[in-house]
Design a protein around this ligand. Structure first.
Ligand SMILES: [Zn+2]
Length: 335
């Protein structure tokens, strides 16, 4: 019995011993874990503080960026303003240049007039005659052929255009140094001569179209049918009298003609008919404004042009483009 008691004591003690060892070792493991946790926490707070540092840096950079953006916008505004100023200045300079050259021309004219008046030489036939070749109702493919011929002879001319599918050729006309004038957008008598408002709204259409292509507003016009036309009477009594006065107020000069080519007498008149009309019409004049057409059907006008230019040159004519200051060759107004 005593033996059994001491055996059970030994077993009991052994269990206690095993339990104590297990307890001690688990406490040690817990300590270790706590230490690890501590290390992780301190790293976390270190990362946290680095993160907030970076965030501060970032916000600094973005406010700098914003400032740079603002400065850039300011510079761009300044640039645009300077560009506008420059444009205004160059326009002003051009205006002054034109004024100076017209003043000079005026002086020259006066001097010439004085010297002519004081001269005792007998009157000579005028050799230095001016001719304004004009083409209405284009542009068309014929316009390009006409430009080639004019270039060959070094002649300048004037084109009174309508809104055709080839309106883009006004750029070729303008760049070759000829005058682009306005005829009308539609050339529709019943529409354009129904009222002065209708006329000017049609004129504005063709003006805007041309300005969109060559960048300048034409200042010279020719009334469809001329200022003397009677066809307008069917649509509005007295309209040509009113229009001929109003166009000047709106900054335009209008031009009729004093030599007819007759190229509108038929759809396509013969080239000799056209040539003969021009040469006989210009014969006893000192200045000529020749009415021709460069619409699609007028192929014989193109054909006649070289002989017209050569014939007129022999009579002493030189060929100039119309400007707003040119004499208008105004017809008598009939309506
Ligand atoms: Zn016409």
């Amino acid at each position: 019995m005593k033996f059994f008691k001491s055996v059970s004591n030994i077993i009991f003690m052994s269990i206690i011993l095993v339990l104590s060892v297990a307890l001690v070792s688990s406490v040690a493991v817990m300590r270790e874990k706590e230490n690890e946790l501590e290390t992780v926490r301190s790293r976390e707070s270190e990362y946290q503080s680095r993160l907030s540092e970076k965030e501060n840096e970032n916000s600094g950079i973005s406010s700098e960026l914003e400032e740079i953006e603002n400065q850039k916008k300011k510079l761009e505004d300044e640039n645009a303003r300077l560009k506008e100023e420059k444009e205004a200045l160059s326009k002003e300079a051009e205006k002054q240049k034109a004024a100076a050259s017209s003043a000079q021309a005026e002086l020259k004219k006066k001097a010439e007039a004085q010297s002519a008046a004081s001269s005792v030489r007998p009157a000579e036939p005028v050799k230095n005659k001016v001719c304004y070749l004009t083409f209405d109702d284009g542009p068309s493919k014929n316009t390009l052929k006409i430009l080639e011929i004019l270039k060959k002879y070094g002649a300048k001319a004037t084109f009174f255009v309508v809104d055709t599918k080839d309106i883009g050729y006004v750029r070729n006309i303008y760049e070759a140094g000829h005058t682009v004038g306005l005829h009308s957008a539609t050339h529709n008598y019943s529409k354009i001569y129904s009222s002065t408002d209708a006329f000017f709204s049609d004129l504005k259409k063709i003006s805007d179209r041309v300005e969109g292509i060559i960048g300048v507003k034409p200042k010279v016009i020719r009334f469809p049918g001329g200022s003397s036309n009677l066809v307008s009477k069917s649509y509005c009594n007295g309209i040509m009298t009113r229009l001929s006065a109003l166009v000047g107020e709106k900054g335009y000069s209008y031009f009729d003609w004093n030599v007819e080519s007759g190229d509108a007498d038929k759809t396509t008149a013969s080239y000799t008919y056209i040539r003969n009309n021009v040469l006989s019409g210009a014969k006893n004049k000192n200045s000529a404004c020749v009415l021709m057409h460069d619409s699609t059907a007028k192929t014989t006008t193109v054909q006649a042009l070289p002989e017209i230019i050569e014939g007129l040159a022999k009579m002493g004519y030189r060929f100039e483009a119309i400007t707003p200051e040119t004499n208008g060759y105004h017809h008598k107004i009939n309506n």
